[in-house]
Design a protein around this ligand. Structure first.
Ligand code: S3P
Length: 430
């Protein structure tokens, strides 16, 4: 899809079918970065097809790492041990906050200077959350108004004990990665339990970590070894199809080889609470990550109230929950999700604007929104606001609207799931 592409979505009757999804974005980033600093050649099947994870590979190539991509999603990465090579120019993270924040942890421990830049959206996103602790560890990081580009002068790091003020898995992974290069034991405490793919991946590559309540400790100087495996399907991409299926009694959707990590699967609890029938089978563990098959059968949806730790656990799924909210019996309220304002777009504003364009009643809060249930929406001209999850979420709302919906900037879906619209069409029954 070209820049400025508009996609048209027509109403659906229900969703049916079975599928497998490209690899999880959070795991793909972390596997690629850890493979780069491991010893030996790592090999991953089903690497994320999203542009964000391609940005991570491009940055790693810029740091002298040999990464080969064949058959689309098979990736081989030749580890360099802990020492990367000084880049020739700025490293472009594109739209990917995960690339910039997590790679900074590794670059902080290198004996050279580097610059990390990003696109217009990434250049607006806050970086003080990683700059402050990495500076405390001994790196020098400068950025105008704490926004990208970041100038990092790496060096000898020392361990710190850090209490994260924001619940962010990107920051946690960044600091644990930096901890590998530090002298002593680094301890990271999170205010709420965030996704733990960084910890699970570090262990899979051979590192030892200790967990105590909400704190994780890692000792510096540990060597990583290469791994091989298949990356489980992306649960945040699956969320769009699960929510779409949930909208229509009569839907029957099965997704196999899907990531089932409990720190990512809160959406399934919410859908069950809304009245959706969900069954999980074929559970197994792959490199410490739980993987399984999920079947979703649509039902009349009730209501949901999401706040606090739940909002944090559902942060990437809130746009699609907003998209189905008007069609529930008594609505959905989201609070405690202020972080949505500093994502790829101000997601609270993007959600409220698009829902209103479709004729929905919605109340905006500083940290969320309230959408009453029992509403009828009409097709409309919508904008993705350059945000992949907004483009995909409103394709789902459009399935239950009356008339056609046009989504401008729909190509933003390439960031996490380039085949999203084709996949959706293949499941929709009209
Ligand atoms: C991610 C963590 C979350 C999430 C993002 C991916 C990760 O961001 O929104 O899409 O892979 O660690 P924060 O760390 O900013 O909460």
């Amino acid at each position: 899809m070209k820049a400025g592409s508009t996609v048209t979505i027509r109403p659906a009757q229900h969703l049916s079918g079975s599928l497998r999804l490209p690899g999880d974005k959070s795991i793909s980033h972390r596997y690629a970065m850890l493979a780069a600093i491991a010893e030996g050649k790592s090999r991953f099947e089903n690497y994320s097809t999203g542009a964000d994870c391609a940005s991570t590979l491009d940055c790693l190539r810029g740091l002298g790492v040999h990464c080969e991509r064949s058959d689309g999603n098979l990736i081989e990465i030749e580890g360099r041990g802990l020492a990367l090579q000084a880049p020739n120019g700025p490293l472009d993270c594109g739209n990917s906050g995960s690339t910039m924040r997590m790679l900074s942890g590794i670059l902080a421990g290198q004996s050279f200077s580097s610059e990390l830049m990003g696109d217009e959206s990434l250049s607006r996103r806050p970086m003080a959350r990683i700059m402050k602790p990495l500076t405390q560890m001994g790196a020098s990081i400068t950025a105008a108004e704490d926004r990208p580009p970041l100038h990092i002068r790496g060096g000898t790091l020392h361990a710190i004990r850090y209490k994260m003020p924001v619940a962010s898995a990107q920051v946690k992974s960044c600091l644990l990665f930096a901890g590998l290069f530090a002298q002593g034991e680094t301890e990271v405490e999170e205010p709420l339990r965030t996704r733990d793919h960084g910890e699970v991946a570090l262990r899979a590559f051979g590192a030892e970590l200790k967990r105590n309540g909400n704190s994780t400790c890692i000792s510096g100087g540990q060597r990583l070894h290469a791994i091989e495996g298949r990356i489980p399907g992306d649960l945040s991409s699956a969320a769009f199809f699960f929510c779409a299926a949930s909208l229509f009694p009569g839907s029957d959707l099965v997704i196999d080889s899907l990531l089932m990590n409990p720190t990512r699967a809160r959406l399934l609890d919410v859908l069950i609470g809304l009245g959706v029938r969900i069954s999980i089978t074929q559970l197994e563990e792959q490199h410490g990550e739980l993987v399984g098959t999920v079947r979703v059968e649509g039902h009349q949806l009730k209501s949901a109230d999401i706040a606090g730790a739940d909002s944090s656990a559902l942060i990437d799924e809130i746009p699609v929950l907003a998209a189905i909210a008007p069609f529930t019996q008594s609505g959905i309220q989201i609070r405690g999700a202020r972080e949505l304002r500093v994502k790829e777009s101000d997601r609270i504003q993007s959600i409220v604007t698009n829902l209103r364009a479709m004729g929905a009643r919605v109340e905006e809060h500083d940290d969320g929104f309230t959408v009453p249930g029992g509403q009828t929406l009409h097709g409309a001209e919508l904008d993705s606001f350059g945000d992949h999850r907004i483009a995909m979420a409103f394709a789902i709302a459009a399935l239950r609207a009356q008339g056609e919906t046009h989504i401008k900037g729909a190509e933003a879906a390439v960031i996490s799931f380039p085949a999203f619209f084709q996949t959706l069409e293949s499941l929709v029954q009209r």
